[in-house]
Design a protein around this ligand. Structure first.
Ligand code: ATP
Ligand code: FE
Length: 328
């Protein structure tokens, strides 16, 4: 179904992007396209379209890493943001702490051992019976404003692990149990709009308590990552926070506090560039293109059913392990 949705949308989406920008394919210098990570079936739709345009107009291709794009779009909106910098990428499928040494040169300080924070927001919102048509994260953030963040004592994940990894599966389960044990009729299909005032307050308390602990987990891991990063690269001035969850105002406020406490500047793109968008892919394409990293235009006789070089699983940089050489 995801592949079908991509196939149905791609021609119109590309045409709209060109129309909105008042350009045609012949005005382009190159085509940037996501090659991973993600579902191969969906990646293939994008790569096929990109190569079709590139073949027809003799354009070079830049293959883009989706998570690198989430990080680098901050350099589009903040032209003074130079390497190296520390980045936290929080989205539906990833929780990454990255030390960005240079373009294409990243060290992964932390990742999730199970779910990403966006997944925890989405599932919690669904279980709370919220209207998730505009996304579970925004809906939960809004409801949390009405709740008491200390009402329910959820456990902060992974405190005994002195690293920079994340875990959200346990917190997700805690939310589900909190909902079930209070007999809230919050299963799919019973929306919050039909809740009594008391029922709504309980749900808001759960939302606020979840959000406090979910973000406290981010804060704790980020504080450690900042310490690691500054030890490796004392010249770091900036802390980038991006990915869909970075649109969240509470997340931004709390992480700004961590940045300030450590003498760093928090850089976070506007919400429209934090959640998935084409601009971040185009911008990352420009960064690599300017650095001379791109593929030649496809051959004129490239077959339509060619096996493309897709990267469904593609780590962003090498993993950090304590004690390794860090000089660059
Ligand atoms: P990935 O980038 O890991 O492949 P994705 O591309 O699906 O995943 P994004 O579009 O970057 O994810 O982000 C979507 C996620 O961000 C969803 O889980 C959504 O609920 C979450 N999100 C968006 N806005 C908010 C918000 N205001 N508060 C919390 N979460 C939010
Ligand atoms: Fe994304």
């Amino acid at each position: 179904m995801a592949e079908e949705a991509h196939s149905l949308a791609i021609d119109q989406v590309v045409q709209k992007a060109l129309d909105d920008a008042h350009v045609s394919e012949s005005d382009l210098s190159a085509v940037a396209v996501t090659v991973g990570p993600g579902l191969s079936l969906c990646l293939r739709v994008g790569v096929h379209k990109a190569r079709t345009i590139a073949k027809a107009f003799g354009l070079p291709i830049v293959g883009v890493h989706h998570m690198e794009a989430h990080a680098l779009v901050s350099r589009l909106v903040n032209k003074g943001l130079d390497f190296p910098f520390l980045a936290l990428l929080i989205s539906g499928g990833h929780n990454l702490l990255i030390l960005a040494h240079n373009l294409g040169d990243y060290v992964q300080l932390g990742t999730t051992v199970d779910d990403a924070i966006g997944e925890a927001y989405d599932k919690s919102a669904r279980w709370l019976g919220l209207d998730i048509r505009k996304g579970g994260g925004p809906a939960l953030e809004e409801l949390a404003l009405e709740g008491d963040p200390n009402a329910i004592k959820f456990r902060v994940p992974m405190r005994q692990h002195k690293d920079c990894n994340f875990s959200y599966a346990g917190l997700k389960t805690q939310v589900r149990l909190a909902i079930e044990s209070r007999n809230l009729r919050c299963t799919d299909g019973i929306p919050i709009s039909s809740a009594t005032a008391e029922d709504r307050q309980l749900r808001a308390d759960i939302a606020a308590s979840f959000q406090r602990v979910a973000v406290l987990h981010l804060e704790e891991r980020c504080q450690r990552a900042v310490e690691w990063a500054l030890k490796m690269k004392p010249s770091i001035n900036n802390f980038v926070v991006s990915g869909g969850v970075a649109s969240n105002q509470y997340v931004r406020t709390r992480l700004n506090y961590i940045a300030e406490k450590n003498g760093l500047q928090l850089v976070s793109p506007p919400p429209s560039l934090c959640t998935d968008n084409g601009v971040m892919i185009a911008w990352t394409g420009i960064e690599h293109f300017v650095a001379g990293r791109f593929d030649d235009p496809p051959a004129a006789d490239e077959p339509d059913d060619m096996q493309y070089d897709l990267r469904p699983r593609w780590p962003l940089g090498e993993e950090y392990s304590e004690g390794r050489s860090v000089s660059r």
